[in-house]
Design a protein around this ligand. Sequence first.
Ligand SMILES: *Cc1c(COP(=O)(O)O)cnc(C)c1O
Length: 224
Amino acid sequence: MRIKENLIAVKNTFINPDCLLIAVSKTKPISDLQEAYEAGIRDFGENKVQEMVDKHAQLPTDIRWHMIGHLQRNKVKYIAPFVHLIHGVDSLRLLIEIDKQAQKSERVIPCLLQLHIAKEESKFGFSEEELEELLNSEELKQLNNIKITGLMGMATFTENQELIRSEFAGLKSLFDQLKNRNLPPNVELKEISMGMSGDYLIAQEEGSTMVRIGTAIFGERNYN
Ligand SMILES: *Cc1c(COP(=O)(O)O)cnc(C)c1O
């Protein structure tokens, strides 16, 4: 019952009720996902390919699986048949591989481009210049089995709320700028994936359309 109560509590705080709640279930056992499923959750986020594949095989087929972690090219083939949305795409080479595997599965796979918005060195993602280069590249236009449906970003891990807010606001402003531009046919910007347990309210205030929430629903993770 704990998970259901947490879900209701989290949902009750939403500033934008239309914002999609993705339950980040990485490291959590199947029984926890089942509990969230029974409480009505259909969108689950995982960051490891093998773990997502295993859970996908054991749970109902109407679940939408979101790959939220850093994805290695040699592992795309395992999730291509079923993944709903890949959030953390950070290179053209990865997009080319997703396109290739999507073609084999006779699918078009929706992807979000990850932008590096944090002050921290460690986070993945495109810089604005790299994004510009990607959107102007001839190679991107030839990828018929991917669809870029939005942007994703992770704020700095900090107590400084104003820094987090400015990073999210920056991503939203870039999103708005790009939306008004002439983009390749396989790019249609609708989604901004930003916000986690600690910062999803700020993210919603700054225009997030999907939040990825783990700890606030399932409790702390144990990585041992
Ligand atoms: C783990 C993870 C989350 C969820 O983090 P919580 O703080 O537990 O809500 C969200 N996004 C990404 C990319 C993650 O890896």
